[in-house]
Design a protein around this ligand. Structure first.
Ligand code: G6P
Length: 621
């Protein structure tokens, strides 16, 4: 969940580290720090500056210092071990202040290692698990020197890593080798940006995209020695050199900037028409649905699948729930959507006749990655529906379909969710066709409605001021109920999640048919109820639910299909979506809910892009 960066080259490291950290702040923002190495005689010197709170506080502190080194590392933290404080912020130093290290992940056996190292005289300054790593490297460096072995920092780092359990990405800088940054990856992401006479290290590519678009993605259990001119990647066990491909990223830096919007979240909501256009352009060609990664071999495997599992977390789980209905309609196959943290531990009943679809924006979520590995162990065929190109889940899945949403910075997911829904809708239609469940006429009908979507997303967004007005009416309420049925039951869950993530008000999504079994007790004249009521098989049932809420004076806000005068009459406020097929309606109905959550949060002066306690990429369990 933390963000880590590194730089080595001919330029001053500090501005580059701070700029890169700024782009990673979504990963953690409770404290931050940098270490810069200044070459000196007789010895180079490491300077570490850390601060509690957001990166802006570190920036202010750094204005009072001059740091001129050409190599450095940095970190933005989401606390796991030890409260957010300056003392617990990274980088951490060894006893002699000669080695600095930043870490993303958890060292599971840190307590045991800490007591061993303490017994040997190491003094710890923080409550973190991370500090153990740097003392362990110090210990092995000293042992190496004593025994006269010449395996240097890398050898010590290798020994240290072999003693640590858990999952981690480390970046290390030391006075022993001022011309090199060392990195190691196990489970958590690390990418090396290749520059011209300079090199970069980061938790993800957008962090260094303003300097280079050429990236090397490290695989698990790989070390890299990064100097200004070269990158050497080695296997953790044998230290044998590994040849790595350099990937060119097509995202531009402007995609990762706010472009005049007050928040990334609002910008990303407004990028959705473009995202839909891009996906359709990519996957709908000559009236057919194409996935470049699905070849004959994959297709013949998909024909034999007997059950599909959709496995994901958070917003991506809601996309999985929608896909449950989509695949059911198009392919008439048994489908089950499960959250990754349940799937990985429930000894899932999957085997070679199952398709396990992992849905993930980041491609790094720890629980989803573990679920993927579990499914592979059991022989299932795995498909990643992933946004971040080259991420771990994209690389480890048997087959990957990218969602092409571009970089998503706002912690609350919006455009990545829409991209997941559309990609899953296309996949559902595709699998329905491959399995002979859809006639050419049905295919044509789906495609006809799909092509209208970019314009319809734009049309839905055009109601922004109406949605803002409604937010003004309700922003002080502390409890919200969201109801939906069928395809739009998951939309109710997602609408409620968006609201609680960024406003900190309580919101609960529920299947409308279940209202009478409990939530109806909440309804009074103070209770806002957001009702997902587009044209659907269960429209009349939703109207009955709404009447029940009205009879108890609940405040009804509805999302309905344009032209639905009845809904407008019975609701306090109505947001409209254009007419579409029910299967595509979740792609539109969620948009007013994203905007509603956004405006409620802004009116409550919340930190929209970096809500408290959350992180965008959850690489810990
Ligand atoms: C975090 C994020 C959510 C996201 C979830 C799953 O909780 O804050 O926005 O939906 O992780 O992330 P993934 O990258 O796997 O989609």
């Amino acid at each position: 969940m933390c963000g880590i960066v590194g730089y080595i080259g001919p330029k001053k490291a500090l501005p580059i580290l701070m700029n890169s950290l700024g782009r990673l702040e979504y990963r953690g923002y409770d404290s931050s720090g940098i270490a810069v190495l200044a070459n000196g005689v007789p010895e180079s010197v490491l300077t570490v500056v850390k601060e509690k709170g957001k990166l802006s506080r570190l920036r202010d502190k750094l204005q009072r210092q001059e740091l001129n080194g050409f190599a450095g590392i940095g970190h933005t933290r989401w606390a796991t071990h030890g409260e957010p404080s300056e003392r617990n912020a990274h980088p951490h130093l060894d006893c002699t202040r000669k080695i600095a290290l930043v870490h993303n992940g958890i060292i599971e056996n840190y307590a045991e290692l800490k007591s061993r190292l303490s017994a040997k005289g190491h003094r710890f300054q923080s409550d973190t698990d991370t500090e153990v790593a740097v003392h362990l490297v110090e210990h092995h460096c000293a042992e190496g020197l004593k025994s006269g072995k010449k395996d240097g920092v890398l050898g010590a780092f290798q020994k240290a890593v072999s003693e640590m359990e858990g999952f981690f990405a480390f970046v290390l800088l030391s006075v022993y080798e001022p011309g090199a940054i060392y990195v190691f990856k196990r489970s958590n992401p690390l990418v090396i940006g290749i520059g011209d006479g300079e090199n970069f290290v980061a938790s993800d590519a957008p962090a260094v995209l303003s300097y280079t678009n050429r990236m090397i993605y490290l695989d698990d259990n790989e070390f890299a020695r990064v100097t200004a001119k070269a990158v050497e990647v080695r296997r953790a066990d044998t230290l044998a050199l590994v040849r790595k491909a350099v990937t060119r990223i097509s995202w531009t830096i402007s995609q990762a900037e706010k472009a005049g919007f007050p928040h990334f979240m609002l910008k990303e909501i407004h990028e959705q028409p473009q995202v839909v256009e891009t996906i359709l352009k990519e996957k709908l060609r000559a009236g057919k649905i194409w996935f470049d990664s699905i070849d004959q071999r994959v297709e013949s495997r998909l024909k034999k699948i007997e059950k599909i599992h959709l496995v994901s977390c958070g917003t991506a789980y809601h996309a999985g729930l929608v896909a449950n209905y989509m695949i059911g309609e198009c392919a008439r196959l048994p489908v089950e959507a499960t959250v990754s943290s349940e799937f990985r531990y429930e000894d899932p009943i999957v085997g070679p006749k199952d398709l396990v679809i992992l849905i993930t924006q980041s491609g790094e979520t720890a629980d989803t990655l573990a679920a993927l590995r579990e499914a592979k162990l059991k022989g299932a065929f795995t498909l990643g529906i992933v946004n971040v190109v080259g991420s771990t889940i994209a690389r480890e899945s048997d087959c990957v379909i990218y969602t092409h949403a571009g970089p998503e910075i706002g912690v609350a997911s919006t455009k990545a969710y829409l991209a997941q829904l559309l990609t899953l809708a296309l996949f559902s239609i595709y699998i329905g066709k491959v399995r002979g469940q859809l006639s050419p006429g049905q295919m044509r009908e789906y495609i006809r409605w799909l092509q209208k979507l970019p314009g319809q997303v734009r049309e839905t967004l055009a109601q922004q001021s109406r949605i803002k007005q409604c937010a003004r009416l309700l922003f002080e309420k502390k409890n919200f109920l969201y109801l939906g049925r069928g395809f739009n039951f998951p939309t109710a869950l997602e609408g409620a999640l968006k609201l609680k993530e960024i406003t900190y008000s309580h919101a609960h999504g529920y299947p409308a048919g279940e209202m009478k079994h409990g939530p109806i007790a909440l309804i009074d004249s103070n209770q806002p109820v957001i009702c997902l009521s587009p044209a659907s098989k269960t429209y009349d049932k939703m109207v009955s639910n709404i009447q029940e809420i009205r009879a108890r004076q609940g405040i009804i806000v509805s999302v309905a299909t344009r032209g639905d005068a009845e809904m407008e009459k019975i609701s306090r406020a109505t947001f409209f979506i254009p007419r579409t097929l029910e299967i595509f309606s979740p792609i539109l109905t969620v948009i007013p809910l994203q905007l509603f959550a956004y405006f409620v949060a802004v009116l409550n002066k919340r930190d929209v892009d970096q809500p408290r306690n959350l992180a965008k990429s959850v690489t810990v369990e």
